[in-house]
Design a protein around this ligand. Structure first.
Ligand code: 13P
Length: 220
């Protein structure tokens, strides 16, 4: 059976109290299955507290960062280096289109971030927006997130996502895992994860609501 990833990207949302409330509701409801990988990616403010809450509750939840520094330790004010994050997170979302658009991230910067994750045992999840987006060396997990589908309520079709996933596998590596992001919710998640080339979902808005996210996990 293939591994299925369900990854919550909270973006710039949730206080520590709101994050802990979500963990206390979602944690106990996640089905325990070896092939289901559920990851929550809070903003940096809540990483440490969320990590503790997951450990204390013994929940089958992994923790992710939404970004990290392209550099290592040193004089890089404001940056969060992989070496410091590695004691908290299992995974890092890299190259999200919102970072490319609002923070000028280039493919070169994203490749450096991937290097940092790999050197520090963090799984890089690279977001690609279309066929032509490069996938840096060493990256085995990719999120296809077409810009029109993000936050619009207008998701891509499962068939097109499956086609894109196969294109990436052919171009890069047949073992590459591709997940889909863009207006995923409890009503449409099944249509994506039942496609043979799709290995999960990256969920924005619908992940903020604990009950909705539980429904997504149960459906998967
Ligand atoms: P929405 O689920 O809000 O469309 O966001 C998708 C996304 O950008 C996840 O990284």
């Amino acid at each position: 059976m293939k591994n299925i990833w369900v990854i919550a990207n909270w973006k710039s949302n949730k206080t520590i109290a709101e994050a802990l409330d979500w963990i206390s509701k979602v944690g106990p409801q996640i089905p325990k299955a070896d092939n289901l990988k559920v990851v929550v990616c809070p903003a940096f403010n809540a990483l440490s507290e969320v990590k503790k809450a997951i450990e204390v509750g013994g929940f089958p939840l992994m923790l992710g960062a939404q970004d990290l520094s392209p550099f290592g330790l040193g004089a890089y004010t404001g940056e969060e280096p992989a070496e410091l994050l590695s004691s908290f997170v299992d995974l890092a979302i890299l190259g999200h289109s919102e970072r490319r658009k609002n923070f000028g991230e280039t493919d070169e910067i994203i490749a450096k971030k991937v290097e940092q994750t790999l050197a520090n045992k963090i799984i890089p999840l690279v977001c690609v927006q279309g066929e032509e987006t490069p996938v840096p060396e060493g990256c085995k997990l990719v999120a296809y997130e077409p810009i029109f589908a993000i936050g619009s309520g207008n998701s891509d079709t499962p068939e097109n996502v499956n086609r894109m996933a196969n294109l990436f596998k052919q171009r890069i590596d047949s073992d590459l895992k591709i997940i889909y992001g863009g207006s995923v919710n409890s009503g449409n998640v099944k249509s994506f994860i039942t496609q043979e080339a799709i290995s999960g979902v990256l969920v924005g808005n619908a992940s903020l609501d604990a009950q909705e996210f539980i429904k997504i996990c149960r459906t998967v």
